[in-house]
Design a protein around this ligand. Structure first.
Ligand SMILES: [Zn+2]
Length: 185
């Protein structure tokens, strides 16, 4: 990413975060994962602030209640762009996030740090944690949804000049067998 692009992107992100209302939040549902209470929330401010993504890029992440700020054990945050994707894509992304809870990924700070490093530096690798969470969505029958969700995310990233992200391309590639047979690449 060029310096000019980086400056433009960070300005766009910063402007959005400064103008966004942190309280603007829609709680979609609450459910149980292995005895843990989990809520699903749409909040553009939190997703942009934590993941450093502009709101046009569909994103989701799961936050544990480590700091006692939540009224549930975990919260899955999605932004409006993610929530606007077709249902099968949303479902696959939620399968992926739930798998992070089931696999105990959020309790392993070292692995989390490595995963973030892979992303930040755009290394040509998929973290084992991400691969396992993708596999969980496939096992639940949502491989096609995940394939298209990741493509939606990648396309939105490319539009914003974030084409350096190699991890997402590798994840898409490994899901290629789940594309609709009628779909021409
Ligand atoms: Zn993940």
């Amino acid at each position: 990413m060029s310096i000019l692009n980086t400056v433009r992107y960070m300005t766009e992100l910063f402007t959005f975060i400064m103008d966004a209302d942190p309280e603007e939040e829609e709680e979609i549902s609450q459910f149980d994962v292995l005895g843990n209470s989990v809520k699903l929330v749409v909040n553009d401010f939190i997703v942009s602030s934590v993941l450093k993504v502009v709101p046009s890029i569909p994103m989701a992440f799961v936050m544990p209640n480590t700091l006692g700020m939540l009224d549930t054990d975990y919260c899955i945050y999605v932004n409006k762009a993610l929530w606007a994707l077709p249902n099968d894509q949303i479902e696959a992304v939620l399968d992926h996030e739930v798998a992070h809870i089931e696999n105990g990924d959020l309790e392993d700070q070292v692995r989390l740090a490595v995963t973030n490093m892979v992303r930040t530096f755009g290394l040509n690798k998929v973290s084992s944690m991400e691969a396992a969470a993708d596999q969980a969505a496939v096992d639940k029958g949502n491989g096609e949804g995940l394939y298209y969700a990741l493509r939606s995310i990648r396309d939105a990233m490319n539009k914003e000049g974030l084409a350096f992200n190699k991890e997402i391309n590798l994840r898409i590639k490994s899901l290629k067998q789940y594309r609709y047979r009628t779909y021409e690449e």
